[in-house]
Design a protein around this ligand. Structure first.
Ligand SMILES: [Zn+2]
Length: 138
């Protein structure tokens, strides 16, 4: 077999590639898994920046929060980390639900969450109705 050197030359293409992203059915809802994975990576990155992420499981020591020696600065970082962890938790729950096939179902009332809401907040666990009423899952 002769060595194929022709591939070193870029093939001439008339139009730039405009192929639809693979994995998502065309015309359907956006690829929520990709959106969630992206959000997850961002949250993990932010947690790592704070020095509290490190890819470990959710771990929050309540004794730490009770300590009167916690400085304001430390508390601020901890509060931010907690917010990020909660967001990460929601994203991971949503990913798990994608695997289970229950993604997009309100955890409170069991009705489908509007696609527009999921596009705005892919990790949403409640429909707009339950969220606006402040209902939480049992
Ligand atoms: Zn609901």
């Amino acid at each position: 077999m002769a060595a194929d050197t022709s591939r070193l030359q870029a093939p001439s293409q008339g139009a730039p590639t405009e192929a639809p992203p693979s994995g998502s059915p065309d015309g359907e809802a956006p690829d929520f898994r990709a959106l969630l994975e992206q959000e997850r990576q961002e949250l993990l990155g932010k947690l790592a920046e704070l020095g509290v992420g490190d890819g470990q499981e959710l771990h929050y020591d309540p004794n730490f929060a009770d300590s009167s020696q916690v400085t304001a600065e430390r508390g601020e970082v901890e509060a931010l980390a907690q917010t990020l962890r909660e967001a990460l938790d929601e994203v991971e729950r949503a990913l798990a639900k994608l695997d289970e096939g229950t993604y997009g179902i309100c955890e409170v009332c069991g009705r489908p969450i509007a696609t527009a809401r999921l596009e705005a907040k892919p990790a949403a666990r409640r429909c707009i109705d339950c969220a606006s009423k402040g209902k939480t899952a049992p």
